[in-house]
Design a protein around this ligand. Structure first.
Ligand code: HEC
Length: 116
């Protein structure tokens, strides 16, 4: 497990403690599966984030994310799940679990760092 995954997992478990109070399905466990994140991204996020629809920051374009909360995984994750300005909660896929969202966000951040 590399340092970044460990860091993300730490932030995530801190965030999940906060979620636990008001969510029926809090993020559980410490593992983020980036492959599954990529699948979630493809099916639920790509329609906006590939092309920048409605001003969505684009996948793999760090300059689009510069002024966002890129440094803070838990903030991005929270925004993806609860919604933020023009970003609809869970990308309008309420069936997605918190874990799915976290993995999709993790995938996005990995791609910003040049990962595949
Ligand atoms: C209907 C279009 C749409 C879909 C689908 C969508 N997004 Fe977004 N997303 C946006 C837009 C637009 C913004 C920019 C919000 C703004 O700043 O107004 C955004 C912003 C974000 C941000 C940055 C939030 C911040 O703190 O700046 C994250 C993270 C994100 N989306 C994750 C996701 C994930 C994960 C999915 C799939 C589960 C997803 N989005 C699906 C439109 C979408």
């Amino acid at each position: 497990m590399n340092t970044r995954i460990t860091l993300a997992a730490c932030l995530l478990s801190a965030a999940s403690a906060a979620y636990a109070e008001d969510q029926s399905a809090p993020v559980s466990g410490n593992k983020l599966d980036v492959k599954h994140g990529a699948e979630v991204y493809r099916s639920s996020c790509a329609s906006c984030h590939d092309k920048g629809k409605d001003g969505a920051p684009r996948l793999g374009r760090p300059e689009n994310w510069k002024n966002r909360s890129f440094e803070s995984f838990s903030v991005l994750n929270n925004h993806a799940s609860k919604g933020f300005l023009s970003m609809p909660p869970k990308g309008r896929r309420p069936v997605l679990k918190d874990q799915d969202i976290a993995e999709a966000v993790f995938y996005i951040t990995q791609r910003l760092e040049g990962g595949k």
